[in-house]
Ligand binder design. Sequence first.
Ligand SMILES: [Cu+2]
Length: 120
Amino acid sequence: MVAIAPTQRFFPLRAILALAFASLFVTPALAEDPPLFKLVARDGVFTPTVIEVPAGKRVRLEVSNEGKTPMEFESRDLKQEKVIPPGGKATVTINAMKPGEYRFFDEFHEKTGQGKLVVK
Ligand SMILES: [Cu+2]
């Protein structure tokens, strides 16, 4: 049997706690997600219909389908296409864009489901 001095015995736990505490202050820069913008679709009605996002930056768009029917978030300008069931949501990442207006629509409710992304 090897006698362990109290200081030695307690050091590992203290070291682990110190490391855990220190890790709270480390900013994981690489894990940072692009800013998130939210869009709600409800059976052919987008809320809001216009979303302003910064130019030259990747952004994420969270589309929630709060309607009773499936919707398809689609944008030829943004090269996106995603079917979202009622009650579902999807997040699409949009690459850095030049200033301008980019149309999107709900392909399953195209008459009324229209909106645009204003990049500036
Ligand atoms: Cu489509």
